[in-house]
Design a protein around this ligand. Structure first.
Ligand code: FAD
Length: 423
């Protein structure tokens, strides 16, 4: 959650420079070389954040705006992990209602609204359509799901979707900034989307947000933080490799040079790599139960035309929730949710590709999509909390902070691991 709660966004440029006099910082921003020579002479820092995905960047920004001296590092490019491999949704997680994660959904709807308001140049309202093939299915399963007694996805009919959407709307409360959901009859739906599967009973339309350029948003947040606070610095291609007592060793991935940093607090925001990072500090943890998700980007003008400005969010024949979404003049299709131990081994397999191509037929049976329409495929690993649930769809999507400190750690600073967390 990035918490874009800054009221002073520049209305002209749409960014978050908070200096009321101008949108430019009062100090010169350091380039990478300058930051590195500064670190050599000044190894002490209040907070070191490891991992510049959205969790690390959001924390960096909060600390920077609070005047804390903070160093953010990433072993690769900024926003190159799961944060760049998402479905691009600023969403309230309607799907999590059926796992009983009500607090999470309420919080996520609030964050979605903030992103729509404060990052309006990047996050756009997204009409989201659910094609529905049954009226009553899922009613009897819902209570079992809340209680965690049902570990397989099951089909959701109109009635259960209606209940979910009413709750979702209610969470927006008085601060509504997107329209309420509505149900469309079969006829109206088929008139609006004439290539839609004629087997539908009806459709439901509600609103979420589309993060058109997640990487750009991430970079703007970093630049904004550095502009606000001259002692907030971010360096990419810099890895955490070890730590002992009061010192952490970082390695410059471009030159192989080592840097010794002495933080008062280390925030481990390395996503699916959290346990690996803790391990390099001599801490044995099993916080993460990562699941891999892949997407395809299609260059398919007919399909792009058929969906219009709507995301289609639906359950596939196997009960998994999947999506077909407009992304500029392309179509984004996803996603999978597969258990994975080593995040470095995540890639979009041929089986996943076949699954994605097949799911399109479920909703738009008359549109032919082949491998030739694929222009890009990508994969990422959700840094979910380690779980014993049988189905990955039941792994909690909630976030938590795990604190490691004390003599047993062999470190003189505490380590906070940020587990879970979304845009
Ligand atoms: C398929 C998929 C779809 C998703 N869809 C959505 C969605 O639509 N909306 C939404 O809100 N969320 C979505 N999510 C979830 C969301 O993307 C992630 O939960 C979130 O991006 C996690 O951010 P993070 O900062 O914790 O991790 P990451 O973005 O993975 O960042 C961790 C960073 O740590 C760095 N790192 C690792 N080890 C080290 C080290 N030793 N030293 C230095 N740096 C290191 C990595 O290079 C990486 O950049 C999706 C996730 C996936 C996988």
């Amino acid at each position: 959650m990035i918490g874009l709660n800054n009221e002073n966004r520049d209305p002209l440029f749409g960014n978050w420079f908070t200096n009321s006099e101008s949108q430019f910082p009062n100090h010169k921003l350091m380039n990478r070389k300058e930051i590195l020579s500064h670190l050599k002479e000044n190894p002490q820092v209040s907070v070191l954040i490891v991992g510049a995905g959205i969790n690390g960047i959001g924390t960096f920004r909060d600390l920077a705006l609070n005047g804390v001296d903070v160093l953010l590092i990433d072993r690769a490019d900024f926003c190159s992990g799961a944060s760049s491999a998402s479905s691009h949704m600023a969403h309230g997680g309607i799907r999590y209602l059926e796992n009983g994660e009500f607090r999470l959904v309420r919080e996520a709807v609030g964050e979605r609204n903030r992103m729509l308001q404060n990052a309006a140049h990047i996050v756009k309202p997204l009409p989201t359509t659910i094609p529905i093939f049954k009226y009553f299915s899922g009613i009897f399963n819902a209570p079992f799901k809340f209680l965690g007694w049902l570990d397989k996805p099951s089909e959701r009919g109109s009635l259960i979707i209606k209940l979910g959407l009413m709750m979702y709307d209610a969470y927006t409360g008085k601060h509504r900034i997107v329209p309420k959901h509505k149900f469309l009859s079969r006829n109206t739906s088929l008139k609006k989307w004439n290539q839609l599967n004629p087997d539908i009973k009806n459709t439901a339309v509600y609103y979420d947000g589309l993060i058109t350029n997640p990487e750009r948003l991430a970079l703007e947040l970093i630049l904004d933080s550095e502009a606000e606070n001259s002692s907030a610095r971010a360096v990419n291609y810099m890895s955490l490799i070890s730590g002992e007592k009061d010192t952490v060793i970082l390695r410059d991935e471009l030159t192989d040079e080592r840097y010794e940093i002495q933080p008062k607090l280390l925030i481990n925001a390395s996503g699916a790599w959290i346990d690996f990072s803790n391990h390099s500090l001599g801490l044995s943890t099993k916080f993460i139960g990562g699941t891999k998700g892949s997407h395809l980007v299609l260059n398919h003008p007919e399909l792009r035309d058929a969906i219009g400005d709507n995301e289609f969010f639906f359950e596939n024949k196997d009960g998994r929730i999947v999506l077909i979404c407009p992304l500029f003049d392309r179509v984004l299709v996803g996603t999978s949710d597969l258990k994975i131990e080593n995040p470095d081994e995540a890639f979009c397999t041929d089986e996943e590709v076949d699954y994605f191509l097949e799911l399109i037929k479920h909703v738009f049976p008359s549109i032919q999509v082949t491998h030739d329409h694929i222009v890009f495929r990508y994969s990422g690993v959700r840094p979910l909390e380690s779980s014993t649930a049988k189905s990955t769809s039941q792994y909690s999507r909630d976030h938590s902070i795990q604190v490691l400190s004390g003599d047993w750690t062999n470190l003189q600073f505490p380590v906070y691991s940020l587990v879970g967390g979304k845009w």
